[in-house]
Design a binder for this molecule. Sequence first.
Ligand code: M6R
Length: 373
Amino acid sequence: MEANGNIAATEKGGYAHFMLKEIHEQPQALQQTIAPYLETDSGPLANFLTAAQAQSLRKLYIVACGTSHHAGLVGKHAIESLARLSVEVDLASEFRYRNPLLDEHTAVLVISQSGETADTLASLQEAQRRGCPVWAITNVQNSSIAQQADAVLPTLAGTEVAIASTKAYTAQLAVLLLLAVHLAELRQTRPAADLAAIRQGLRELPQAVQAALEYGSFLQGLANQIAEQELIFFMGWGVDYAGALEAALKLKETSYIHAGALAAGELRHGPIALITEKAFMVCLQTQPHLRHRMQGNMQEVLAKGGKILLVDTDASPGAEDPGLLRVSLPQVHPLLAPIVSIVPLQLLAYYVAVARGCNVDKPRNLNKSVTIE
Ligand code: M6R
């Protein structure tokens, strides 16, 4: 630990790469991020907005790039579900140029690990020029975005060195969940007991993420088998589609394998033509009310000879099939499940990249933050 309580960033601490170290730091990064927010009288949300302001909101835009954009997609799901506030998630590179509909009932939330991403910063400035309040979730508290935003919701994940974002992403998801709970409280859209259950789930998240990390050796073995794969798919229903997008990005940027992400309901609308015995499909299944639909998708893939890795949080026995491998994660509140289900897929991306001899911490052509246009 550094003197300021941050997780030490400068050394690999016995891990082969910063990415692996940062994946393993997630229980601690989550605990550090969540703890101040649970101090409801003094934490970052204490004076964030009044009940009247929260109730007058009609729309929230979440604007970000890359992994932070995927966090926004998960955040939309939580905020709409808990606070019944309409959320539009936009890529910063699109938002800044598309003359979005902004009015006095709209707020803009930008998300950026580095706080320096050029398109995200420009979107913040455009929204402020149009008179909208702009909130920021960032991991760097003296960054340009932190300094220019009207309010900052920090992630306290510690410095992230590897280019592939891991612990900053799960910390962003935790803050988005905390924001969703807070908005729901102010807007009185959910019973207090439901919100207390989610806060309790957030307290217990570090243990659930720790349990997900235990799959490391299994995923390392699997990665060695699939390292020669040319095409991998990730699919999920609902919020699991956001997880699929993030898992596919992690694999692409670290291992240079082309990975597709599918909203699972779209499988039959074209992508199924690509499913043969050569296809490897990773299925995310964390939402109980959509389980039956994913089961149907998996049967179709297996019937065409495809191989599946199922990542689920439902602890039910499930079907046996020689083509089906499974990572069974602890049961957590469905709204919190994306924070746990991404962890084995970060590990999978890491181990596939290592098996392919890639430069894991600094993949080709990439920089930690995209500060030029
Ligand atoms: O610092 P930011 O969160 O604004 O960065 C946004 C993206 O450039 C970043 O998330 C990128 O996609 C990562 N390499 C993903 O691992």
